[in-house]
Design a protein around this ligand. Structure first.
Ligand code: NAD
Ligand code: GLY
Length: 393
């Protein structure tokens, strides 16, 4: 399957999209809730003029975290002020733990304290944690407020800010409470990535690779050539990678907003990843994108074990992720290898379980992913057992 783009895109072998100008636009054609993703450098500086025409009333509440606020909030606020927009800011603690019932309650109360109306727009300035939490608060406060995503991590720019999945984690697992709520605009300012720690950048890159692995061999090949440039901060390569990823995701969610079918492919590696994250108690031991990198390798291992894909494809997927510095096997916890049975237990609680069967995304090769609910549990257990025992992390 080749992912269809909703706009014309730079050829995958061309690292230079500049012919179309430094700011690229991708359309997300969701029925009843279409919106645009703008990608390029210094978008924060023009955020006010981009957002103003979309506002029902000229009032916004920006929500961000304590790490991002000192780096990027002032620039956004100046731009909103220049656009004549009344504004307020709420700053939350950083990290995965913020995607919780407690923080959701505090955030909704803070919004109500500020007398938000249904015409007040929220702006999520941050990574996937802020985007998911603020999107969910927007979905439920006053039964629905408009919101804008301004993603500041690579992961959020290529994945979480697009497609309207919002939510929080619970003691039962990741993203188990949430809503589909589409933003009215996404502004992916590539300059904000300059302040992102290298480990976070790489974790986001795993989700870029995901689009190649699941549906676009040519994009994977392009990443083999230009992936290092994307990570090194080459502006053109970076913009191309983000635009290609957003086009891929926009195409999928436009055709299947609520994950009735095709959208599930975007979960390549995620059933494994969520189990690893749960086992690490959502600590910094494993970032979400790192867990996805390991999970995608597991998905290819599983596909190979089921005789669906060639060993060369498994090696290419693992090799690429390993070469850029992503983990490809799960890390030990306190010096002890993770327990495959506990991981199996986490998987059984995944929200994609249906009729007691766990959904897996498998692949017939690079760029040829498909969904299956007929995976024998012993094959999964075997992949996990080998993964936790492997030396390369
Ligand atoms: P994150 O939001 O926790 O951000 C990572 C860290 O980087 C945080 O400490 C943050 O403060 C910091 N940071 C963010 N931007 C920065 C910047 N420009 N400069 C310096 N520091 C910065 O993590 P993430 O990887 O962006 O998102 C992970 C979350 O996204 C997970 O909860 C995952 O479940 C979710 N997710 C959601 C979807 C979706 O479709 N909704 C898709 C993929 C992932
Ligand atoms: N990240 C998976 C999705 O948006 O569907």
């Amino acid at each position: 399957m080749t992912l269809q783009a909703s706009t014309s895109s730079p050829a995958p072998d061309a690292p230079d999209p500049v012919a179309r100008g430094p700011i690229e636009t991708v359309s997300v054609d969701i029925k009843g809730a279409p919106y645009e993703i703008h990608v390029g450098p210094d978008l924060l500086a023009s955020a006010g003029e981009r957002i103003a025409p979309l506002l029902k009333t000229p009032r916004v509440i920006v929500v961000t975290d304590e790490t991002i606020a000192p780096l990027h909030l002032a620039k956004l606020q100046a731009s909103l002020a220049a656009g004549g927009i009344e504004q307020d800011a709420i700053v939350l603690p950083p990290g995965e733990q913020t995607k919780s019932f407690g923080q959701l309650t505090d955030l909704v109360n803070a919004l109500l304290d500020r007398k938000v109306e249904r015409s007040t727009t929220l702006i999520a300035l941050g990574g996937g944690v802020i985007g998911d939490l603020v999107g969910f608060a927007a979905a439920i406060t006053l039964r629905g407020l408009p919101f804008v995503q301004i993603p500041t991590t690579l992961l959020a720019q290529v994945d979480s800010s697009v497609g309207g999945k919002t939510g929080i984690n619970t003691a039962h697992g990741k993203n188990l409470v949430g809503a589909f709520h589409q933003p009215v605009l996404v502004l992916a300012d590539t300059k904000t990535l300059d302040t992102l720690p290298d480990r976070e950048l790489k974790a986001g890159y795993a989700e870029v690779v995901k689009y190649g692995l699941l549906g676009d061999r040519a994009f994977f090949d392009w990443l083999e050539e230009f992936g290092e440039a994307v990570l090194a901060g080459d502006e053109k390569a970076r913009t191309t990678a983000i635009v290609k990823s957003c086009e891929a995701k926009a195409g999928v969610v436009s055709r299947d907003e609520k994950e009735a079918g095709e959208r599930a492919l975007l979960n390549l590696g995620h059933t494994f990843a969520h189990a690893y994250e749960a086992e690490c108690a959502y600590s910094g031991l494993l970032l979400h994108g790192e867990a996805v990198a390991i999970g995608m390798v597991n998905a290819f291992d599983l596909s190979r074990a089921l005789d669906l894909c060639a060993e060369a494809d498994v090696a290419a997927a693992r090799g690429h992720l390993h070469r850029v510095g992503l983990p490809v096997t799960p890390p030990p916890i306190n010096g002890k290898a993770m327990d495959p049975e506990r991981l199996m237990h986490h998987m059984a609680g995944d929200k994609k379980v249906s009729g007691g069967k766990i959904g897996f995304i498998l692949a017939r090769g690079i760029g040829e992913a498909f969904q299956s609910r007929d995976v024998p549990p012993e094959a999964v257990r075997d992949v996990l057992t080998k993964a936790v025992a492997a030396k390369v992390i």
